[in-house]
Ligand binder design. Structure first.
Ligand code: AMP
Ligand code: MG
Length: 316
């Protein structure tokens, strides 16, 4: 990728940024919490590109950003309690985990195939203007390499991701400087999943009741489940020579493979195809069938792909 373009937070800069998002490219945008690495949440390649740019070792679910409360119902179900939180704190540093609507059209990489989706309406005027110009759902984790500190200026973004993303919009320093507070609103009693820029006290004052605490030892990132949405049949990994009867899922040149993560051996393409391929292979192999995955290199996005494949192959 060429150098990352620094865009100004004015009409031409926002127009350019929205066009990049529409083309499936990645743009870091200022929000009131931290800078987010934005990509079209309906575009598998764009979302895979987010994981690649950040070097994330795992496909954990991403927060979907929207401009307008009227857009939320297309993607998620808002219970009365969730509606109260949304009315009180959106736009703002609150992320709500909500039941995902079927046919929402989001890339499966965004939700990690969970039945829920995390949604936020940012308050920052530049983020809002970009989301309005793009007019669709944007996946946006913090715009930093995995494991590094979240960026609160455009310079921080460039220090970590220059050459790895298409553009960054310079909107000055972030006001909050902390990630959003995440509340699971899929059940009757909302539960705190992550403390952040909005205080628990403010949320509880609005609810008139305490938030449920995150259960000790609970799985917060769904990717931590050992056997997560595994195919029904047996799965073998690192298979260069499949056995007769196995549905062989190729990577790179694999003559005779039933399907392929990426015939050309491109890890971003493989990540974009991964969940679709798991479903297709599951359907082809059936209940008692067997699936064999060709080796995927353990570099870059390959680490997240192999992490996900190991979960699919884990004994149940
Ligand atoms: P970030 O890297 O700041 O975007 O972090 C996103 C956080 O939201 C992670 O901690 C995820 O585990 C959480 N998250 C996103 N989507 C979901 C979901 N559908 N269900 C539960 N947690 C989610
Ligand atoms: Mg982060």
């Amino acid at each position: 990728m060429p150098d990352t373009r620094l865009l100004s937070a004015d009409a031409p800069g926002l127009k350019r940024a929205a066009a990049l998002l529409r083309a499936g490219r990645l743009v870091a945008m200022p929000t009131e919490t931290v800078y987010g690495l934005a990509g079209d949440a309906t575009n598998d390649r764009a979302v895979a590109g987010i994981f690649a740019a950040k070097g994330r070792p795992r496909f954990n679910p991403l927060i979907v950003h929207l401009a307008d409360p009227g857009q939320v119902a297309a993607f998620a179900h808002l219970s009365p309690v969730a509606q109260r939180l949304a009315a009180a704190f959106w736009p703002g540093p609150l992320t709500l985990v909500l039941p995902l609507r079927p046919q929402a059209g989001l890339s499966p990489l965004v939700t990690a195939e969970l039945p829920s989706v995390a949604i936020r309406l940012p308050a920052h005027p530049v983020a809002r203007a970009l989301l309005a110009a793009f007019d669709g759902p944007v996946a946006a984790p913090s715009a930093n390499p995995s494991g590094r500190i979240s960026p609160v200026t455009a310079a921080h973004v460039l220090a970590g991701l220059d050459g790895r993303i298409d553009a960054v919009i310079d909107g000055g320093p972030c006001a909050v400087g902390l990630e959003s507070t995440i509340v699971d609103a899929t059940r009757d009693t909302p539960r705190l999943l992550r403390a952040g820029g909005l205080s628990v006290e403010e949320i509880e004052a609005t609810l008139g009741a305490p938030l449920a605490e995150r259960a000790e030892g609970a799985i917060t990132a769904p990717g931590q489940l050992a056997s997560h949405y595994a195919p029904r049949g047996r799965v073998r990994l690192d298979v260069a020579h499949p056995e007769p009867g196995e549905v062989w899922v190729g990577y790179g040149p694999c003559p005779g493979a039933a399907l392929s993560l990426s015939p050309g051996g491109d890890l971003t393409e493989a990540a974009a195809r991964l969940f679709h391929a798991l479903h297709e292979a599951d359907a082809m192999a059936g209940e008692s069938g067997r699936i064999a995955f060709a080796p995927v290199p353990e570099t870059g996005l390959g680490r997240a792909i192999n992490d996900r494949l190991r979960r699919a192959a884990a004994p149940r």
